[in-house]
Design a protein around this ligand. Structure first.
Ligand code: MG
Length: 450
């Protein structure tokens, strides 16, 4: 087993099964997590073939240090998060998932006692325990395992209660649902059933090798959903990633809706009920800000990362928030990304504001250029400093990386936290300006690198 210096990445611990993600790691990490959380800990997996293997090693680790394991079976990540949030005697949760990664990957993600994604500082403590290898408790302190039933139903109940279910039922909507053979198969058909929505399903059986298509919900991976939504004249196409914390959509007629556009559309639904603040990372399209302002709301930007968005939402009492990748957060439901809740809100959006194809036409159009520049981690800080000095006269937002604001767009230069690269995002309503600025900053970065 190759040890990486930092065990937890941006999304828990991930690796290729039986290469850098194996039962030894799961066992040892189980002991570390058990030591940290103590008491009762909830556990679930997504549909990956390796889920059972890693889960049993994790159970061995947790129980060996005295934890009582609440086994939830196979579920979406937001469903175990909801369970942990709901039960005060449950001290935390462990989700075995690699989200949208290919089927040879799996991962271990920790959930904090309030159901939110575990903050970095707590992961570091677990990591320290992992390095020291936690001793087992005496035989009479060993934990047990309880099978939990009903977690899915309560999660689905809560989602249905957060939308105008009566209005959605009356609208007699038809959707095409693509669960990517992932964990959404256990919740999404139930949600649609409860809302009286007729669903034509694609890849909606649990198959851990993801035979349907790769589980990252991009337009390229969703060609079947796009054509079936068009051909069946459905009101909406719904796709979820492997662990169902993110969802993306296809409009009636077959237009793919990128995550920033669905974030904007759902903002409108949320602001219809209650005026307030929406939170999103600095990398999100200005489209979101335009729509939020027009709907009478305010927008607050954060650094990139869904736990950061969620924490900011708690801090300021935001009414809604989310990322441009389809990970949307509904505070009344829970402070984490939820693909099922997002899909229910999108149905509500059609009922309130009409067909998605028409709503999309009303949105402003922004052009985006994205670039990646290879750069060693050691050089990043120095380059960021030079860039800031060079741009000192410009209007800047330094929330995460350097965002240079123009009257008609912006450029964001951000060192990646996980890879030896810089990312450049340029956005403008003018495609020429958008490209020109991306080129300019790319050349500038390359100059510093040489
Ligand atoms: Mg995911």
């Amino acid at each position: 087993m190759t040890m990486v210096p930092r065990l937890f990445g941006t999304n828990g611990v991930r690796g290729v099964v039986n290469d850098d993600m194996d039962v030894n790691l799961a066992l040892r990490l189980g002991k570390a997590i058990g030591r940290f959380m103590g008491g009762k800990v909830a556990l679930a997996t997504d549909t990956r073939t390796s889920g059972a293997m890693l889960k049993h090693a994790m159970i061995a680790g947790l129980t060996a240090v005295g934890v009582e394991v609440m086994d939830l079976g196979v579920l979406p990540t937001p469903a175990i998060q909801y369970y942990v949030k709901l039960h005060d005697d449950v001290k935390g949760g462990v989700m075995i998932t690699a989200s949208h990664n290919p089927p040879q990957f799996n991962g271990i993600k920790c959930i904090d006692g309030d159901g939110t994604e575990m903050p970095r500082a707590k992961e570091e403590v677990i990591e320290d325990y992992y390095q020291s290898d936690v001793p087992c408790v005496s035989w009479d302190q060993v934990g047990g395992v309880q099978k939990v039933s009903g977690a899915v139903e309560r999660y689905v109940d809560d989602i249905v209660s957060r939308v105008d279910a009566e209005a959605i039922r009356k609208a007699k909507l038809k959707v095409v649902l693509d669960c990517a053979n992932g964990a959404a198969v256990y919740t999404m058909p139930l949600i649609l059933d409860r809302l009286g929505v007729r669903a034509i399903t694609l890849n909606s059986d649990a198959q851990g090798k993801f035979p349907g298509h790769p589980s990252e919900p991009t337009a390229e991976n969703l060609v079947d959903l796009i054509s079936l939504t068009r051909e069946s004249k459905a009101h909406l196409g719904i796709a979820l990633d492997g662990d169902a914390d993110r969802s993306v959509f296809v409009a009636d007629g077959g237009e793919f809706v990128p995550g920033d556009r669905s974030l904007a559309l759902v903002s409108k639904v949320m602001l219809k009920k209650k005026k307030g603040t929406v939170v999103t990372p600095v990398s999100s399209s200005s489209l979101v800000e335009d729509v939020v302002r027009k709907a009478g709301g305010m927008l607050v930007y954060t650094a990139v990362g869904s736990p950061i968005v969620a924490r900011k939402m708690m801090e300021i009492g935001a009414i809604f928030g989310g990322e441009e990748n389809g990970g949307l957060i509904f505070p009344e439901h829970q402070y984490c990304r939820d693909g099922g809740m997002t899909a229910a809100k999108m149905l509500e959006s059609i009922v309130f504001f009409g067909p998605l194809s028409e709503q999309l036409q009303e949105l402003p159009v922004y052009h985006v250029e994205k670039r990646k520049i290879v750069c060693s981690n050691q050089q990043k800080e120095e380059i960021m400093r030079s860039l800031s000095e060079r741009c000192a006269q410009d209007r800047l937002d330094c929330t995460d990386g350097l965002k240079v604001l123009f009257d008609d767009g912006w450029v964001l230069i951000r060192p990646s936290g996980t890879e030896p690269i810089f990312r450049i995002y340029s956005e403008s309503r003018d495609p020429g300006l958008c490209r020109e600025r991306a080129d300019k900053f790319e050349v500038m970065l390359l100059e510093y690198l040489n």
